[in-house]
Design a protein around this ligand. Structure first.
Ligand SMILES: CC(C)(COP(=O)(O)OP(=O)(O)OC[C@H]1O[C@@H](n2cnc3c(N)ncnc32)[C@H](O)[C@@H]1OP(=O)(O)O)[C@@H](O)C(=O)NCCC(=O)NCCS
Length: 213
């Protein structure tokens, strides 16, 4: 498929947000979201300003020619994106920095062609090279274990409310890194807090995507 992955640049911002919005516009997500249109594109927009890690905001590209229905072009086109952000595990006497990731988005017409896989593998490799100790995140439990992610309960870490469940997963990049996080609670950027951000998301949607909403 000739998929390549590179660091996102400022010129990519709009197309990345459009892809993210399209990827999360599937019916179950709209029903579950309850805050109007999907809001993951807003998260990407805001994460670039706070808590996001530019060196771990990655785009996947493919040859234009390989895209279904492509009318023209011999260039490369962005078809997917992943972004990492700062997060931490708090125990009674420790704060352990970890990496969070998401949203992860692939253009609907290009899904199931290995693009998500390329983005995740690349992100894990780059995060390891950059010295991060572990990744913790919330995501689809049917998708992520193939990359080596395990339920966070393996390290006895809960979410900030004290719960664990299959969608809360993680991976150590440095073996043993999470051993001192045992019994801790996980905190990620408040970008991910639906209730807190509801109005801002609606305003953003009106301002930037009103024509096709
Ligand atoms: C989930 C998503 C990122 C996967 O990306 P993708 O490029 O479609 O997936 P890939 O082609 O890399 O899939 C790799 C493998 O996972 C499997 N897979 C893909 N999506 C899956 C899903 N939703 N559930 C279970 N398995 C899945 C594929 O069958 C493939 O297996 P194979 O290599 O044996 O064929 C993409 O479908 C997407 O953007 N979905 C909408 C947004 C979303 O849900 N993001 C993730 C939120 S946690």
């Amino acid at each position: 498929m000739n998929i390549s992955v590179r660091i996102e640049q400022e010129k990519d911002y709009r197309i990345v947000e459009e892809i993210t919005r399209a990827a999360f516009s599937y019916p179950e997500r709209i029903e579950r979201g309850g805050i109007g249109c999907p809001y993951e594109h807003w998260m990407v927009h805001e994460l670039r300003k706070r808590d996001g890690i530019p060196a771990l905001s990655l785009v996947a590209e493919m040859d234009e020619m390989q895209l279904q229905g492509s009318q023209s072009g011999f260039g490369r086109r962005i078809v997917g994106h992943i972004i990492c952000s700062k997060a931490e595990v708090r125990t009674i006497d420790n704060v352990i920095p970890v990496l969070n990731f998401g949203p992860l988005s692939v253009l609907p017409a290009c899904q199931r062609k290995g693009i998500g896989k390329a983005l995740i593998r690349n992100m894990i490799a780059k995060a390891s090279e950059q010295g991060y100790g572990a990744i913790l995140f919330f995501g689809r439990p049917e998708y992520y274990p193939q990359f080596g992610f395990k339920e966070a309960s393996a390290w006895q870490i809960t979410d900030s409310n004290g719960y664990h469940y299959p969608a809360f997963m993680g991976m150590e990049l440095v073996p043993g890194y999470l051993s001192c996080a045992k019994g801790g609670k996980y905190y990620q950027s408040n970008i991910y807090d639906d209730d807190l951000n509801r109005d801002k998301v609606r305003d953003f949607e009106k301002l930037y995507f009103a024509s096709d909403c």
